[in-house]
Design a protein around this ligand. Sequence first.
Ligand SMILES: [Ca+2]
Length: 180
Amino acid sequence: MLRRMPLRRTAVLALIFAAFVLTASPALAQRATVTDPAGDASGPGLDVVSATVRNRDHAIVARVRFDRAVRGDLIVSVDPRGDRGVRLVSEYRPHRTTRNYVVGGAFTRRVEGELRCGGFRVVWIADAEVARMRLPSRCLQDGNYGAVRFAVLTERGGDTDYAPETADGDIGVSGWIPRG
Ligand SMILES: [Ca+2]
């Protein structure tokens, strides 16, 4: 027969379990999300609402949500620790051809020039106001990297919106995301 556990002991166990889950989840998640207000964009371009990046073993996957998926350029900067990163670019044209490409250098260390990256894919799900970018691992430092961090910028002529934002209102950067 089961012995009834005293109430206080149950509460202590619940607290220990909650603490374990809270400590364990960031390492297990291998992803980071940043959010940004709707309605803060400069001009009629892409107003970023949130962005999530997953650092999977074989690919880095970014999912960016907008207030509305309208014409504009989306740039996701990805930075490995201590090394040169890349910028994932999608020039979204809902009624024309959308151009997708990768450029060398993250926002933190910009380099000009397009990179060849076979397998770089961008999907716009306009009904859901979402863009999804997938960069194969081999296109970043030949796959030799661990944690990454990211930032999102949108442009239409000039800068439209960005996330995360620092306290001073400049473009910031996410926390480090361990590789899955
Ligand atoms: Ca915004």
